[in-house]
Design a protein around this ligand. Structure first.
Ligand SMILES: C[S@@+](CC[C@H](N)C(=O)[O-])C[C@H]1O[C@@H](n2cnc3c(N)ncnc32)[C@H](O)[C@@H]1O
Ligand SMILES: [Zn+2]
Length: 452
């Protein structure tokens, strides 16, 4: 078996030999042609790669330096993009699978073939933990470490924190939807230190579980992490978080706490460590099992709005927001910026859940958002769930506002009930749809049950 040398002069003795016949290009991403051979590659992860490259490029601009460790590089596409797009000074591209060597080499040669002192990239085939630990032991710290791992393997967290520069960035991944869904709490406890139970916003919990795991590991070393963005993608599912590593303990312990969800009234709360004995719900439901508690988890902001705004500006500058794929990236970044409002708590409320609790039809998302804004609440879309909102308005109050939205209030009521309410006149627009004239003078076209 090949091993890494610990000597700083020749750090990667097992570096893959240059491929005599660079593999032919078969795939293209953001204008880069590359080969995937038999490596593990997912087109669907392109947005995750775009986000990583934008963050790396912003880091390079502000620090005038960028050394990247791509710990699980697959075919090397990220490494290629960090070199070509983020202008990385140096990339260490590692993948445990030695058979990927010629594909990675062929792809990285597309970024240039400098040798010796000027070499901008090196390839290694070792366990990520070993590579990270050896970098730490050599004091060879990196500005940006990308760990595109499978499942909930969190064993790299400590070694990555040891190998990253202070103020450097860690790009972490989890693909364990079972743990975030609360289906294996013992497993999430072992991996991320969080006992996770099923909750209605489990995909956001997945991000908070991953950040929480990093918070815990960082605190052991006397560091804390600041999330710059958190991205959920349904394919996989994949949870990705970009964290800035800072010296010093977590400044605000409020953000690492327990989340409770009351299945009876639908309200959620963050519960601090010192109040665990008093966990309850304002609805005072004493129904056994109605309160679901998960944690400890990251309950602070998922993103940094100023950082995301820089990413969006850069994406626009690079022409990444023009076409179909680009529009999606722009929409995603804008949604994340919306989610960054510090007044917004963790979690999201699915509109179908509000409607079903209120026994009304689901309103258009924009309508409920504007109603909540008018009422003085913070509210945004969620990039995680398309028919859900993030808001600091409690579930019971959301239900109440729904009854004030005419399209929810009158939908599917029979005519008799409508006329007893605040409707003065009704005229048929088309089958199943009538126009209502309300006492307020407003008119609303809604679907009513004319058969009753
Ligand atoms: C999700 S794939 C990487 C995909 C790649 N980053 C991309 O964007 O296309 C994960 C890679 O990690 C490698 N891998 C798995 N376990 C590893 C370990 N312990 N150390 C290093 N590499 C590992 C696998 O061979 C696989 O290529
Ligand atoms: Zn309750």
């Amino acid at each position: 078996m090949l091993t890494l040398s610990l000597k700083p002069v020749t750090p990667f003795t097992h570096q893959t030999a240059k491929s005599p016949n660079p593999p032919k290009c078969c795939i293209s991403e953001r204008g880069h042609c590359f080969d995937i051979g038999d490596t593990f590659f997912r087109h669907e992860s392109a947005t995750g790669r775009d986000l990583g490259v934008l963050a790396a490029a912003i880091y390079k601009k502000s620090h005038n330096a960028l050394r990247v460790l791509d710990a699980m590089c697959g075919c090397g596409i990220r490494s290629l993009r960090y070199l070509a797009e983020a202008d990385a000074d140096f990339v260490l591209a590692n993948d445990a699978n030695e058979e990927y060597g010629s594909v990675i080499t062929g792809n990285l040669e597309r970024a240039g073939k400098e040798y010796g002192e000027n070499k901008r990239w090196v390839i290694s085939h070792s366990d990520a933990n070993r590579v990270l630990t050896e970098c730490y032991l050599r004091r060879d710290y990196f500005d940006f470490i990308d760990i595109d791992s499978f499942g909930s393997d969190s064993s790299f967290l400590r070694s990555a924190l040891g190998a990253v520069k202070l103020d450097g960035l860690l790009y972490l991944t989890s693909t364990d939807g079972f743990s975030s869904g609360g289906h294996r709490p013992q497993h999430s406890l072992a991996a991320y230190g969080a006992y996770v139970r099923p909750m209605p916003y489990s995909n956001e919990i997945g991000l908070r579980m991953l950040i929480g795991g990093a918070v815990r590991e960082a605190s052991v070393l006397g560091y804390h992490v600041v999330p710059l963005f958190s991205y959920y993608s349904y394919h996989g599912p994949v949870f990705r978080v970009m964290l800035r590593v800072r010296r010093g303990k977590l400044p605000d312990n409020r953000h690492y706490s327990f989340i409770s969800y009351c299945s009876r009234c639908g309200n959620s709360y963050a519960n601090s460590w010192d109040k665990l004995n008093a966990i309850g719900c304002s609805c005072k439901a004493n129904v056994p099992g109605s309160l679901i508690v998960s944690g400890p988890l990251w309950t602070g902001p998922l993103h940094s709005a100023p950082f995301l705004t820089e990413m969006l500006n850069l994406a626009e500058q690079w022409g990444w927001t023009n076409n179909g794929m680009g529009k999606q990236l722009e929409k995603l970044l804008n949604q994340m910026i919306g989610e960054s409002d510090p007044k917004l708590p963790f979690g999201y409320i699915k509109l179908d859940e509000v409607a079903s609790r209120a026994k009304l039809n689901s309103p258009p998302l924009v309508t409920i958002l504007s109603t909540l804004h008018k009422e003085g609440y913070a509210a945004s879309r969620s990039h995680i769930a398309s028919n859900a909102i993030k808001t600091n308005c409690l579930m019971a109050d959301c239900e109440c506002f729904l009854t004030r939205i005419p399209s929810c209030r009158y939908m599917n009521m029979d005519l008799g009930t409508l006329l007893l309410l605040d409707v003065v006149n009704a005229s048929i627009v088309c089958p199943g749809k009538i126009k209502l004239k309300l006492k307020s003078g407003k008119e609303n076209a809604v679907t009513v049950d004319l058969s009753r």
